[in-house]
Structure formats: C-alpha cells, structure tokens
Design a protein around this ligand. Structure first.
Ligand SMILES: NC(=O)c1ccc[n+]([C@@H]2O[C@H](COP(=O)([O-])OP(=O)(O)OC[C@H]3O[C@@H](n4cnc5c(N)ncnc54)[C@H](OP(=O)(O)O)[C@@H]3O)[C@@H](O)[C@H]2O)c1
Length: 425
C-alpha cells in the first residue's frame, strides 16, 4: 500500500476536523484508495493549547520549516487562515516541491497567481476545494464537470453566518444587532464579524468562483461588496409582505465579454430555489448554456463538512497522475478580455419616509422617470412617529447608476431614502 506523508499548517477547527476524519476514515481510504495517509508534522501558534483532536504532542511545532522543508512530506495542507503568513508558507512549500491543499479563500483570492505559478514551476498541485462553500464541491464542478458550458450566471449564498442572521430576521422579525449577538454566543459568528457581515468573505469566494466560471482572472478588487449591517427588521417584513425573501447573494453574470461581479443583500421571490436555503447552509445556483439551471446545496462551514472537502483534495492530490491547473492566464490583474460592468441592471426595493400629502407620489414618480426608472409596485405602511409615512417602491429593471442618480435628486423636504435593496428574479 502506498503511504503519503503530509504536514499541517494550522490545527484549529478545520485542522482538527481533518485530523479526526483522516483517523476515523482510514480503513475506507486504505480500502478504496490503497493509501495510508500519515500526518508527520503540525504547525501551530501554541503547542500547549487544548485541541479538538488527539494529535500527539511530539507532532506539534511552531517552526514552519519543520513542515515545509521535511523531505518526507509530499503534501502540505494549510488551514491557518488569513492572507499572511499563510501565503508565504504555502509558497515555501510549493517551491520545496510539495503539493499544497488549502481551505483559505483570503490567501487564494489575493495571491492565486503567485501560488499557481509556483506550483506549475515545480510541477506540483494546488488544491482548494474547501476555500468556497465548505463541503459543496463547487470548485471541482466548475473546473471539471461543467467544462462543456458557457456559464451565463451564478448566484450563491456562500456565507453561512449572514444566512443564519438573515434567516432569523426573516422568520422571527428580529433586529440585526440582537441576532448577531446570539450568533456570536452560539459560535456562528466571529467575535469580530466584519469580514462576514460586510460581505468580504463572500467577495473573496466569488472572485475564485467567477474566475473559474468565466475562464479568466476576476480579482477580488473587481468585486463590488456590500454587507448586511444596515438592514432593518422593517425592510425584511415589508419585503416579506411583497413576496420576497432577503439573502446576501454573491452574483456573477456574463454577457459576451461583459461581466458583473457583486455581493449585496438581495430580495428574491419566495419561489426561487435559493429562497428556501436557510440557516447556516450554503447554495450555488447557476446557469450554463448546455447544463441549464443547476443548484448545489450543502454545509458551507463546520469542522467535518470542511474536512470532507479537504480530505477529498488530499486523496485526489495523492493519487493524481497529473495535477490540473486552470488554463486561463492567472495573473494579478483582471483578464484583459473581460469588461467589468458596475452599471448593472436590476429591480430595486426602495423604502422612503415620505410626507403624507397629495401630490407626493406624483413627484417621486417624476424624479424617477427623469432617469428612466419606472415603478412596478408600491406599498404604503401606516403613519410613522414623525408624521412621515413609510412608502415602499419596487422598480422595474433599471440601471444602477440611473437609480442612484434619481435617488440623489429627491427633495429631502418631501421624502428621505431609508434603504435601497436590489431585487433579482
Ligand atoms: N471554520 C470553518 O468552518 C471553515 C470553513 C471553510 C474554510 N475555512 C477556512 O479554513 C481556515 C482555518 O479556519 P479555522 O476555523 O480552522 O481557523 P482556526 O480555528 O482559527 O485555526 C487556525 C489554526 O492555525 C494556527 N495558526 C494561525 N496563525 C498561525 C501562525 N502565524 N503560525 C502558526 N500557526 C498559526 C492556529 O494555531 P493555534 O491553534 O496554536 O492557535 C490554529 O491551529 C481559514 O482559512 C478559513 O477561512 C474555515
């Protein structure tokens, strides 16, 4: 039986899950893959810390060289998180001729070109299934299973923390701050939740998915990111009344060579397949010209679901005859053949606080019409405390810049714009 010797960079939630899965699945791995996977060294920050797995103390080290320079180790598995020093450590491993498996979307999204170049130079592999969607095999699907497609659009719920928060706000009418506090107590949100709630985590993942789907580098810097921090229970309940569910969506669309990549809160019709993806689940809905509509759904985080993707990558790497890399020119800059469009077309949900007197609706419709924005539906709620009434408008499809220009022209003495949320069909 072949033995593959591997080293870990990190041993926290994901690392602990990978250790446990390798241990409790070793018989199946031996039987199915004729492989014994042996972990030789584990890099951590603190060797005395209590761990969720029974890694022997003598394997732990705080010296990265003991992992990346060990000639016996052929695969280095990284789950430290963050851009640095993870990127530099992965580069050390690749340059030392080791295949790298990583769960780290930040390091990959920002330094993919450097990592891939180093891997190709040494003819070793770079595997990153766990970097997007946890257990969902979206990387493999985009890279291999959907090769015969032109992907026209992709919409993903790819951040479990925000999906948990929004699902609870939708179900129970709770406020953002209260649910965030609960999510932090339950360990579903980080003590510093900024990367999740500001949409950055989803933007890193979208940059990776869109690059694979569109066969050209879509850098993180090109992804528009807007988070969920300004959403109110009122927006969600008004949307619900109008038949919508609110999700933080990562959206990538392509028409010819024009692409749009954006992460923002989005209202979806209740009947849309993504609308019923709740709690900490992730899902990716896409359309290819041959495969047509498809949705992949599963656990987007957690030690075991993430370990499922990481261990599958380890097994694939250990048994590959040839390592496969994306075929597009993986450079730091965006693929020059792609045109990035930030003036996308969407419907918009606009909540206003408007004066309650005749003629106001006409004025608002007029300001919108000046920028070619027309109203599809309107909902007026009871009086607010300050005498203004909440007025909700859903527009027909309009251009982003036209909508912004129109809203900027509103006379504040007549109405103020309280929130703007995009609506997808
Ligand atoms: N958690 C998930 O559900 C999930 C899902 C998908 C992908 N990921 C990705 O997986 C990666 C790891 O996440 P995690 O939740 O497992 O993180 P974590 O629990 O914080 O674990 C990080 C590990 O890396 C070690 N580490 C960090 N910085 C180090 C440094 N400078 N030198 C040496 N060791 C260092 C830590 O050592 P100590 O233990 O000694 O502190 C710890 O063992 C991240 O990139 C994350 O985005 C996570």
């Amino acid at each position: 039986m072949k033995e593959v010797v591997i080293g870990f960079l990190g041993c926290g939630n994901v690392g602990g899950g990978v250790w446990n899965l390798l241990e409790n699945f070793s018989k199946e791995i031996a039987h199915r893959n004729h492989l014994r996977v042996r972990v030789k060294k584990v890099l951590v920050r603190d060797v005395n810390k209590a761990r969720s797995c029974a890694v022997p103390a003598e394997l732990l080290t705080t010296d990265v060289n003991e992992v990346v320079c060990d000639p016996e180790i052929s695969i280095v598995v990284e789950f430290m998180g963050g851009e640095q020093p993870a990127t530099e450590y992965m580069l050390l491993a690749l340059r030392a001729g080791k295949t790298v498996v990583t769960a780290n979307k930040v390091a990959l999204a920002l330094n993919w070109h450097r990592l891939q170049a180093a891997a190709q130079e040494k003819n070793v592999g770079l595997y990153y299934e766990a970097s997007v969607g946890g257990a969902i095999p979206i990387i493999n699907v985009l890279q291999n299973s959907l090769q015969a497609n032109r992907i026209g659009h992709m919409m993903g719920i790819i951040n479990g923390t925000t999906n948990y928060i929004l699902s609870r706000m939708y179900e129970n009418g709770e406020d953002y701050r209260d649910v965030l506090g609960d999510a932090q107590r339950l360990g579903l949100a980080e003590p510093n939740p900024a990367a999740d709630v500001e949409g950055l985590d989803a933007a890193y993942k979208l940059s990776i998915m869109a690059s694979l789907a569109f066969h050209g580098r879509v850098p993180f810097s090109k992804v528009y990111a807007e988070g969920i921090t300004k959403l109110t229970a009122m927006d969600i309940s008004c949307g619900k009344e109008m038949g919508y569910v609110l999700k933080l969506l990562a959206i990538a669309k392509r028409e010819g060579n024009t692409v749009q990549v954006r992460v923002h809160p989005t209202f979806l019709p209740q009947a849309h397949p993504l609308s019923s993806v709740n709690g900490s689940f992730n899902a990716i809905y896409l359309h290819g010209h041959a495969c047509q509509e498809m949705m992949l759904q599963g656990r987007g985080a957690g030690d075991m679901p993430t370990a499922s993707a990481v261990v599958s990558d380890i097994l694939r790497a250990a048994t590959a005859h040839e390592h496969i890399h994306p075929t597009f020119a993986n450079t730091a800059e965006a693929d020059p053949s792609l045109v990035f469009d930030d003036n996308w077309e969407s419907q918009y949900f606009v909540r206003l606080a408007a004066e309650d007197r005749p003629g106001v609706l006409e004025k608002i419709a007029g300001w919108l019409a000046r920028e070619n924005v027309s109203i599809a539906t309107m909902l007026q709620k009871g009086k607010a405390d300050d005498g203004r009434v909440p007025l909700i408008i859903v527009t027909h499809a309009a251009r982003e810049q036209s909508l912004r220009k129109a809203l900027a022209s509103f006379d504040k003495a007549v109405c103020t714009v309280e929130s703007v949320i995009r609506v997808e069909a």
